[in-house]
Design a protein around this ligand. Sequence first.
Ligand SMILES: NCc1[nH]cc(CCC(=O)O)c1CC(=O)O
Length: 314
Amino acid sequence: MLLRVGTRRSPLAMTQTNFVIGAIQALHPHIEFEICPISTVADRDRVSEFHQFRMIGVFTTEHEEQLLRKDVDFVVHSLKDLPTVLRDGLTLASVPKREDPRDVLCGATLEGLREGARVGTGSLRRRAQILSLRPDVTVVPIRGNIGPRLAKIEGDDALDAVILAHAGLERLGLVSKNSEFLDPVAFPYAVGQGALGIEARSEDADLVEILRSIECKQTRAEVDAEREMMHTLGAGCSLPVGAVCNWQNERLSLQAQITSLDGHERVVASQDEHGDRARELGLAVAETLKVRGGEKILQSSYREFCSHFKMLQA
Ligand SMILES: NCc1[nH]cc(CCC(=O)O)c1CC(=O)O
């Protein structure tokens, strides 16, 4: 059997795809794979920032079309880049064991960061959260692959620090000493961060079963809860929504935070449930966030972002 695998071309995407192929091959040595890399809107276009905000799958639309055209059999995504609603006929077939989902501050520690430091991130969630912890810093928007983003703390005109996901750095072998994990209770991570999502056609039952053989039950429960929360909030992957989800002794706990873009306002909610009630947990936490004023923060972030975006376009 030959399976064609869709992926982006970035070093991180290729590493993740090779990891998934290796894991499947270890259990099914007779299967062969062909990697079919493509560039996505996100790799080409800065309009993507806007779509990302509105939950349109900048990293994933072309991949879903490839799947529906049957140009590929499955796609390996960074789960945090995969919208919570998939195209009809497609399914999140498998979620392998998650890497450490925490964010890291690279180049300085939170304590050691000088007054007024310049901190790089392209994520609205990270912007809002770092401003809520350190209102004195200046957030500098940065974009691009992980390597080039990390390089912004070196050389002339260097930033004091950048915020990145530990998982990406780990997979690329770029973890450095000069960095600090951000405490996920104070600085919750993005929904799905650190996990991979393998998407396939729902009708391919045999393939879905093969893909499921590398699924991690605990990770699946965590990300189901996180994604259900995000879906209920109607929020995209770059909105200022953070989560901390943990599976322990058959129970699942979810804490979530919505932060205004200036970092001044924060709404949190947390709850726990039996591990097989992940979706119900996500829904309940989202409803609590809404009742506590989270929806208002999301709406005003959206308006603020739209006017900011029009400025960038001009
Ligand atoms: N949006 C880009 C993206 N998508 C996945 C990762 C890192 C790996 C992961 O979270 O699984 C990154 C880079 C980053 O946020 O630092």
